[in-house]
Design a protein around this ligand. Sequence first.
Ligand code: 5AD
Ligand code: SF4
Length: 396
Amino acid sequence: MNMADSDEMMLHLAARGCIGARDMEEADIVLLNTCTVREHAEHRAVSFLGRLAKWKSAKKGRVIIFAGCAAQRLGRGLRRRFPQTDIIAGAKDIDGFGGILDKSGLFGAAAGGGAGAAGAGITGLVNITRGCSCRCSYCIVPYVRGEAYSINPDDILAAASRKIAAGAKEIMLLGQTVNGYNYKGKNFCSLLRDIASLKGLLRLRFMSPHPVFIDEEFIKTAVAEPKISRHVHLPAQSGSDKVLADMKRGYDRRAFLRKTEMLRGAGIAVSTDIIAGYPTETEEDFCQTLSLVDEAAFTAAYCFKFSPRALTPAAALAPLDDKIVEKRLDILLNKVKTASAAAYAAQPGTKQAVLFETPTNGRTSTNFWVRTSKKYAAGELAEVEIKEAEDTILLA
Ligand code: 5AD
Ligand code: SF4
């Protein structure tokens, strides 16, 4: 999502005559687009901003833009702490970013277009919803990105068509609860069908869906449309009914597993996000998460230590001892590694369509990363025979 937002901000800069620099030494402007979903991400962004003071004073006229979710959360206080910051643009300001640049007086007038910004690449990122109204108890996103809303489908189709015309072969639809899309009654599946029909598109992905919106209609839509990726990233967060209820996720373990079975039954691989050490998580709850990893046969899982975030209900709970959380994360990471290795090990002998991102590397529809000995054109979709599996790469 931040990459998509960065692309959008780059377009506004490009419309005002800016072009991408090779490195920071060559650059006149640094735009720092930030995340605040965990404390660590925010710390890194803020310490980078601190280090930029030296960069700025080394050459006259340099500009620092601090943008995104951490900018939204920390707001104007940042400018007092870091007077070198020229522009602060929060995550809610993406749509108004052009106006913010103009108001700063640091840029020339927008000349429109700015198409040359970043080049499209193989994957075109397209936001279809913004914000989130789920209010999971640990999550800061609704506070920094605001309530969920769906973008007009005409604008989405136009954005996707522009990316395809610029060379994208794959469209990745983005939103915090992307499959909750609803614009005046037009739902996610209907939008998927519209985008899949665009000429020149080879593959259609999306991130991240919420488990509660995975239903029969989605399975049918995906099965009927081969361009839709056979991979869904479905955040579980925990395998314990009690913790899921405390997190206010809106589903229990059984319901989540039912969704993963529906997906796998349709040949769709499932990966996930898991939080270790939620404040109410007991050893028994954690074991439930470990067994969920076994049962759901995830092809990959991103695991995080619980991080208390200001404003969220979970931040008011007494945290677990950090040593316990570290240990649980370690055990979980090992479990996930084994599960993922098993998923990769099951692939040799199959023939799969790979969308090449470089001449020798690409992804299967199920989102396995593949390296080939033969060379292909970047952007080509080709059937290859998988010969071997290493930990997180297939060889063909
Ligand atoms: N602590 C740890 N992980 C979190 N995530 C969201 N909020 C937190 C938090 N406070 C994780 C969730 C989500 C992913 C993007 O980040 O697993 O799916
Ligand atoms: Fe955060 Fe995702 Fe829950 Fe929304 S659905 S509150 S973005 S974890």
